[in-house]
Design a protein around this ligand. Structure first.
Ligand SMILES: [Zn+2]
Length: 108
C-alpha cells in the first residue's frame, strides 16, 4: 500500500498509479488524472487520482494485492457455505440428474 497522498507532481506518475493501483477501500478502479491544482504556497502544479466510486481520501493498493484479497474472500465464502450447510444438516453433494427428477417428481 502506498501513502494516501493523491496529489502527484507528475502526470505520468498519476497515470501509472491509475493503471496499476485500485482503491484501498472498495478495490474499485481509479480514474485517470482529472484534477489539476496549483499549490498557493509553492506554485507547483499537481494532478490527482481518486477512486471512481469513493472519491478522494481512500488510499491505494496494488491491483495484484486486491486480486489476492478477492481470491481469499472467495475461498472464505466457499468454506463458510460448506460449514453452514454442515451445521444446518443440508446435503450439498451433487446427485445424478435422473435421481433428482425422481426426487422432485419431474418424470411426468
Ligand atoms: Zn473506492
Amino acid at each position: 500500500m502506498i501513502p494516501k497522498e493523491e496529489k502527484l507532481e507528475n502526470y505520468c506518475d498519476a497515470r501509472i498509479i491509475a493503471r496499476d493501483y485500485v482503491c484501498a477501500k472498495c478495490f474499485g478502479r481509479l480514474n485517470t488524472p482529472i484534477l489539476k491544482e496549483i499549490s498557493p504556497n509553492t506554485g507547483k502544479e499537481y494532478v490527482g487520482v481518486q477512486c471512481i466510486n469513493c472519491g478522494p481520501g481512500t488510499g491505494f493498493v496494488t491491483a495484484t494485492y486486491a486480486e489476492h484479497k478477492k481470491d481469499e474472500s472467495r475461498r472464505e465464502l466457499s468454506e463458510a457455505r460448506r460449514n453452514l450447510a454442515t451445521i444446518m444438516g443440508i446435503e450439498t453433494k451433487a446427485i445424478p440428474i435422473e435421481d433428482a427428477k425422481k426426487i422432485f417428481n419431474f418424470n411426468k
